[in-house]
Design a protein around this ligand. Structure first.
Ligand SMILES: O=C(O)CCC(=O)C(=O)O
Ligand SMILES: [Fe+2]
Length: 134
């Protein structure tokens, strides 16, 4: 589900992908539709009030053993999310194909099991001893 990683992890999150390929989509955050057509093209996830266009602004192909670092505008101005699909069709919105060998627009990539390790720096974490008592 498209989301923002929130202020606790700002300004940088790093994500290591292992196993399957996947595609991650980026949608503008705090997006305000400018005309009736755009209103028809936006949505919120069930039970959520964060609206976004139905189509992403851009996407990244996350290859096995790749590292994606989310910072700056990608962190502050976009929601990100991975569709729940069995295969990804590579389209023109995938902006990192130049760094991915053997993959082109129009390819269908079947998903298999994927493990994603997310590395976050949380300087203001509450120490566990305060939560569990003496
Ligand atoms: O599976 C991924 O690569 C994305 C995970 C993610 O967005 C998150 O943990 O906040
Ligand atoms: Fe995230």
């Amino acid at each position: 589900m498209p989301h923002e990683d929130g202020p606790a992890f700002y300004p940088t999150v790093a994500t290591l992908s292992l196993g399957s390929y996947t595609v991650i989509n980026y949608y503008p955050k705090n997006w305000i539709p400018s005309d009736r057509q755009q209103v028809a093209d936006y949505m919120a996830e069930p039970g959520r009030t964060v609206y976004r266009p139905r189509e992403p602004s851009f996407s990244l192909l996350l290859q096995p053993r790749s590292l994606v670092i989310t910072s700056k505008e990608a962190y502050t101005s976009y929601l990100h999310g991975i569709d729940e699909v069995q295969k990804d069709t590579i389209d023109e919105k995938v902006v990192n194909l130049g760094s991915c060998t053997g993959v082109k627009v129009g390819d269908n990539l079947e998903r298999t099991t994927r493990l994603s390790l997310t590395i976050r720096y949380v300087p203001k974490a509450i120490q566990a001893r305060f939560l569990i008592g003496k």
